[in-house]
Write a protein that binds this ligand. Structure first.
Ligand SMILES: *Cc1c(COP(=O)(O)O)cnc(C)c1O
Length: 470
């Protein structure tokens, strides 16, 4: 009898082989992947992940920045189960559904508000749903563009974005992106945008130091607006932290400064809080730190605690009103995804927001942020740690070949990946960004696990970069 090869393999080996046969992993050089033994996750609980061999790890990147309250959170599990018993999906195109309505109301309640009572028309009052961060950005771009078209500013067709920006992987989002290694090849497909300097103080483009620089990068942005504002529909930024660029934290005053420039030059502001939203920076939204209200606010990642894909683009009465008209005027926003306002995802999101209230997540986070910041100081002693950037529960540790000259490690060294694999041996799952070690656990992580996470990362950096012989 001819035996099927597969029969001799354990289930784990079968799955590993099938993964390599059938799956093309995102942001992954598959040639490297094929050489590896894939780590397959089967379960999660709290801030822990379990692999198929039964080994547990700390989830040090919140399953790519989406987990807030921990895995298998009972309230979220229950919300989805309850909703499944009613209906899993029905469209928002021409119909309403209960969870999407309740969630929209909740989102508007917690959205960033002006501290001084300003006109209602500039308050975030409307929610447009989609299903991932990139589409929430596409929607904001299209809304901003169409808004000016309706207003008769036909030349306002372009956007101003930042170098090192990341707004997602769809073509519009890539057009306003600024990470060369991801975006360069698609150049011929992209629409042209104006690019302002990234407020990357550690590697300041013009060699200045904060605060003596007086936010020089902001005056560069102003120069662009001064010359081109009549061609610019909106400025798009990741408020406070450029996440995918390696957790580049804005110097104080920069965010507020951007908002002031937008007002001064009559361009809209799109705040992409896909990464920073839902408590990541210590406040519900990063915009709150400098008390700004954008014209369009993009939300996703943490919105459902990583349970289901969901995104929302929030906007103002002013923008919404520009799309009102007789049907034949074609002022409608012709955009909508199949899964928009998905009831299961919205139910999960409602449960997540209720947990913020019930468990006082943000209040409890404060102590953990202090602990984290204190513990991070020790990393400065390491001989290859160039910069430590932190805002709330977003942290990036930039490894450098030479601390004095800030010379980066060459790409081919894959230094951060070596650290990540070392940490994995020690029971921690993290994922780097270039030469930056990202530390981004769920907000719900217990203090002792946070310390454990940092201890493992510190040891792993030391072992890899200092080649300690034991
Ligand atoms: C992750 C991310 C996106 C893209 O979200 P996806 O759900 O991966 O499409 C957009 N903007 C920012 C700031 C992000 O961090």
């Amino acid at each position: 009898m001819k035996a099927n090869n597969m029969n001799y393999l354990s289930e784990i080996e079968q799955l590993s082989q099938a993964d390599k046969l059938y799956i093309w992993h995102p942001f992954t050089q598959m040639k490297d992947w094929l050489k590896e033994k894939p780590l397959i996750i089967t379960e999660g609980r709290g801030c822990f992940l379990k692999d198929i061999q039964g080994k547990w790890y700390i989830d040090g990147v919140s399953s790519l920045w989406v987990n807030i309250h921990g895995h298998r959170k009972k309230e979220v599990d229950d919300a989805i189960i309850n909703q499944v018993e009613k209906i899993a999906h029905s469209t928002l195109l021409g119909l309403g559904n209960v969870p999407s309505i309740k969630l929209a109301e909740k989102l508007i309640k917690i959205a960033p508000k002006n501290s001084t009572p300003s006109s209602h028309s500039k308050t975030l009052t409307k929610v447009f749903y989609s299903d991932n961060g990139s589409t929430s950005v596409e929607i904001a771009l299209k809304m901003a563009f169409q808004y000016w078209q309706h207003k008769g500013f036909k030349e306002k067709k372009s956007f101003l974005s930042l170098k090192n920006a990341y707004h997602g992987d769809t073509i519009g989002a890539v057009s306003v992106g600024g990470i060369e290694i991801f975006h360069e090849i698609f150049e011929p497909l992209l629409f042209k945008t104006f690019k302002a300097p990234s407020p990357y103080c550690y590697r300041c483009e013009v060699g200045k130091t904060y605060p003596e620089c007086n936010l020089y990068c902001l005056s560069e942005m102003e120069n662009i607006l001064l010359k081109n504002a009549e061609k610019i529909a909106a400025v798009i930024i990741e408020p406070l932290v450029q996440g995918a660029a390696g957790m580049i934290v804005f110097p104080e005053g920069y965010l507020k400064g951007v908002k002031e420039l937008c007002d001064k030059y009559n361009v809209l502001l799109i705040a992409d809080e896909v990464a920073t939203g839902f408590g990541r920076t210590g406040k519900m939204f990063a915009c709150e730190h400098e008390e700004i209200v954008p014209d369009l606010l993009c939300l996703s990642k943490g919105i459902t605690n990583g349970y289901l894909p969901l995104a929302a683009t929030l906007t103002t009465e002013d923008i919404y009103n520009q799309f009102l008209g007789e049907y034949k005027e074609l002022k409608t926003f012709f955009h909508g995804h199949s899964y928009t306002g998905n009831p299961l995802a919205c139910s999960a999101a409602i449960a997540c927001l209720e947990i913020f209230e019930k468990e006082k997540t943000l209040e409890k986070l404060r102590k953990k942020i202090v602990l984290l910041q204190e513990r991070l100081k020790r990393f400065f002693n390491l001989s290859h740690v160039g910069d430590i950037r932190n805002k709330g529960f977003m942290t990036g540790i930039e490894l450098v070949k030479n601390k004095t000259t800030k010379e980066p490690y060459p790409l081919e060294d894959k230094i951060a990946w070596k650290v990540i694999y070392k940490a994995r041996e020690k029971g921690v799952i993290i994922r780097p960004l270039g030469n930056v070690i990202v530390i981004m656990p769920p907000l719900a992580i217990e203090e002792e696990n946070l310390i454990q996470l940092l201890d493992v990362i510190e040891k792993s950096i030391v072992e890899v970069t200092e080649k300690k012989i034991t």
